[in-house]
Design a protein around this ligand. Sequence first.
Ligand SMILES: Cc1ncc(COP(=O)(O)O)c(C=O)c1O
Length: 495
Amino acid sequence: MKKEIPLLYEISDIEKDGYQLPYSEITQDYTISSLPKEWHRDELYLPNVSEVEVARHFYNLSTLNYGVETGMYPLGSCTMKYNPKMNEYIASLDGFQKTHPLQADNTVSGNLFLLFDLEDMFCEVTGMDAFTLSPAAGAHGEYAGILLMRKYFEDRGELHKRNTILIPESAHGTNPASAVAAGFLVEEIRSTSTGEVDLDSLREKLNDNVAGIMLTNPNTTGMFESNIKEIAHLLHENGSLLYYDGANLNAILGIARPGDMGFDIVHLNIHKTFSTPHGGGGPGAGPVGVKEHLIPYLPEPVIGIEDDGLDLQDADIEEKLFRMNRLEKSIGRIRLTDSSFTVLVKAYAYMLTLGEENIQKIAEHAVLNANYIKSMLKDTLHSPVNGYCMHECVLSASSLPNGITALDISKRLMDYGFHPPTNYFPLIIPEALMIEPTETETKQEMDRFIHAMKAIVSEANENPAILKNAPINTPIRRTDDVKAAKDLDIAYRKS
Ligand SMILES: Cc1ncc(COP(=O)(O)O)c(C=O)c1O
């Protein structure tokens, strides 16, 4: 059933009342003087609505939402997997939820221990030597990681020449954005037909100006970089560093480690791999791990004890931990609070409940599921990358008749009750549909998805108009995606 849900402003009436602010006894004018004068206002226009209207409004909006609890959410590269409720419950416990980021260290020693132990677990699964838990997302981790690279070369007196970061043409857009934001130039490396780094192109671009390379493995076509050892050798021989974009770690967790592949810096997307839902751009976390030679540059604060002989078995370790600031070579603080704490609590709970013996099942099932979908759709849609994939597969709508595009398929999938896969990424594959079922999807749900994809491709042949007009059964029909991105206006103005 289609629902028209008016804005609260549209049902606002001066006669209605849901809540009244208590009378204020503050008479002094506390207007923040640094706020530009033109932003000061005497009246704030808020809707007048009753409590039941507010409750219904937000409930009805929630019924329009599509989440991982509605059905399969195959958004490739994003790893939209189901996160166990147990971890939410643990993160909601008072000792975690009701502590303040600025509380004195000796009043939150248990929380500090959790973070300290979590860093150790991340080192174990990635093969790195130390972690910072500060970054708030993958892209923030990338930026922090590239700043580490910058500081490393500055310290060695090489920054004046090492001004370039190499990035494959298949990379996620945040990679070049982070490199440029951190003050580097970007050089693109070609990909082979299987989406891997083209070694000839890499050799051509390698010179004294190269500070490092940013790679994700498996890469964005869902394939493992089989030459990763050779790539690491070439970069290190050139005095350059390797940055690992951890967005695709789900595919190798517990089986292979970026640290063993030769990466010097790694970020993890907690909201992809370690049990925090994505949502509205946050909250998330993007911890960054480094090899020993980069430890001095890690952002503040670092959790530790002054004495270097750390022993996790030490019964008193909790009491000895504290947050250390003003480290001599640190890149400094990268956010106001120390970390997205409860997001990290969920990751800790997730790792502990899985245990060392189960963690690799994440990768095994994620890879199995993606290959199941790829093989079931091989006669339905063109598969531009041959062979087994890792945790996601890229299919292409380029061979469909009647001008049907990847976007048309995705819009029609909504009518069949699914969230669309990632479209037009990676850019090197025309009409790309990047599908990542994740390890938490059941065979029944994947079969439903496969059935829907086959039905839509039949429609592309027999009734293309329906695809061009899709979605048909959603409250909002086909939106102007470009307008939404380029001409965003989210403020309600009373006419
Ligand atoms: C390959 C890759 N790198 C980096 C990112 C950026 O991560 P975040 O969204 O956590 O900032 C993403 C996000 O989807 C990604 O898929």
